[in-house]
Design a binder for this molecule. Structure first.
Ligand code: PLP
Ligand code: SF4
Length: 459
């Protein structure tokens, strides 16, 4: 029996608008705030859990508390007008249908399909689309296990909100794993498979095994790295410590490492508080004991973590616990983005001020980075070149591999929050990447240039 049994909630229990009133913590909120959360959650539903509520949120600091902001919808997330319309419907006891109609009307204004979340970059094999996969960058195939499309809690800033509220239909391949394996066999330049979601660690060990084990078989030696994107360490570290199948999960991780592959847990950490409990520290130790590495990533979001101290502390703590800082993201252009957004220039200043404070071991982090249509674009900083104030950017990943690491310049714009708000500097009409056809990796055989790029990866 684990020393952690009984010290932390051990039975996972989701908390939503339907049962939150049973939590004593909820009753401590002032009635106006309770109503505001309830109204907002009709449009953007929340889901949290007992661990988050009892161990991560500091209820003495609510509503400013970052962990509260992270999982409970905030009044400012909706336009004033929409908020009031929804509130009035609730106050006058409108019918479910009426409320749902209003909720959907508001949802559609929130850009539910940013950058083609699930539909773009879906590869084809013999003319058949592989739903549940994406292949945007040469080395890496993204894989969305059908059973991994939810999370132990929902982040209020999540760009997958449209899928959580059910207005974005998800399509999945019925023989998902077979298709993935076949696709990988035919594309030897793919070195990484990234399991994502939702959260793949929501799956039982048995389901997880069905997805991971097939990647260890002969013929897939070129798949060197398996990554799992997850927020389970933050929202439910019990997954690796006290859950019934926690040991089984760790055995799967060990098998990947024993098969000679690198297993990277891409851990979503938004705030250092998430690393502070004893059980998350035990979870980190146990995951690392399997030979897996843990890399940390999160978006920069107002007001949860948009200050240098929060990031510097998170990177320092993370490194101390044996994790590797990886990405700081810019929040995507969807959902209640206006509420959370941090301008690119400001985000870069925060990044730099945090970066300055930490040792080289934490400077493995890169960002702030936008996952935009042409690729992952990093804001490197601002400069003045021949009298023109500019923003300097580069690609961390591009649809064309040779876009990476090449600085380019945009007109200075302190308000811009996304790539499409930027214009080329120095009187240029277009950015360099707008003048090239992006490579479509699953059609590599049709494109001699793409073949050359693919051949650059040793099989
Ligand atoms: C971030 C990302 C990857 C992984 O990129 P790395 O630079 O290798 O971490 C792969 N595919 C997509 C679509 C991504 O957004
Ligand atoms: S953990 Fe990731 S997928 Fe899940 S709600 Fe948060 S941002 Fe969305």
């Amino acid at each position: 029996m684990s020393a952690f049994e009984g010290r932390y909630p051990s039975r996972y229990q989701a908390i939503t608008i339907h049962n939150v009133a049973k939590m004593p913590e909820w009753q401590r909120l002032d009635p106006e705030l309770r109503e505001a959360v309830e109204v907002t959650s009709r449009v953007l539903p929340f889901r949290t859990n007992v661990y988050v509520v009892q161990e991560l949120i500091d209820w003495d600091r609510v509503p400013e508390d970052p962990m509260f902001q992270l999982t409970f919808p905030q009044p400012g997330m909706l336009d004033k007008e929409d908020f009031e319309a929804m509130r009035d419907l609730i106050r006058r006891g409108a019918s479910r249908e009426e409320m749902l109609a209003k909720a959907n009307e508001i949802r559609f204004k929130l850009n539910p399909h940013p950058a083609g979340q699930m539909t773009h970059n879906v590869p084809e094999l013999d003319g058949h689309r592989l739903w549940g996969m994406q292949h945007k960058y040469r080395e890496t195939v993204l894989f969305f296990p059908a059973q991994g499309q939810t999370c132990h809690a929902y982040c209020t800033y999540c760009f997958r909100w449209a899928q959580f509220v059910g207005i974005q239909e998800l399509k999945f391949e019925s023989k998902q794993v077979d298709m993935l394996v076949e696709y990988l066999r035919r594309h030897k330049f793919v070195t990484d498979v990234l399991f994502t979601g939702g959260d793949p660690m929501i799956m039982k060990a048995k389901a997880l095994r069905q997805y991971i084990e097939p990647l260890l078989q002969p013929g897939l030696e070129h798949v060197q790295n398996i990554r799992i994107g997850t927020k389970a360490l933050s929202y439910w570290p019990q997954r690796f410590v006290t859950d019934d199948d926690a040991d089984e999960v760790l055995r799967i991780y060990e098998e990947v490492v024993k098969a000679g592959k690198h297993l990277a847990v891409m851990a979503h950490f938004t705030h250092p508080r998430e690393m502070s409990t004893e059980i998350v520290r035990e979870a980190i130790r146990r995951v690392r004991d399997t030979g897996a590495e843990i890399r940390m990533q999160a978006p920069i979001v107002h007001p949860i973590n948009d200050n240098p101290q929060t990031w510097a502390t998170m990177w320092r703590e993370g490194v101390k616990l044996g994790m590797i800082p990886y990405y700081m993201f810019i929040e995507r252009d969807t959902g209640p983005k206006n509420y959370f957004e941090v301008p690119l220039v400001k985000a870069q200043e925060i990044f730099r001020e945090a970066f300055m404070q930490v040792s080289g071991l934490a400077r493995t982090v890169r960002g702030p980075s936008m996952s935009a249509w042409p690729g992952k674009v990093r804001v490197l900083g601002t400069a003045e070149i021949r009298g023109e104030k500019v923003i300097v950017l580069d690609f961390l990943q591009g649809r064309n591999p040779h876009w990476a690491g090449r600085p380019f310049f945009a007109k200075y714009n302190p308000e811009a929050t996304w790539l499409n708000h930027l214009e080329p500097a120095f009187g240029q009409e277009k950015f360099f990447f707008e003048e090239e056809e992006p490579i479509v990796w699953w059609e590599v055989e049709k494109d001699p240039f793409a073949q050359e790029e693919a051949a650059a990866v040793p099989a």
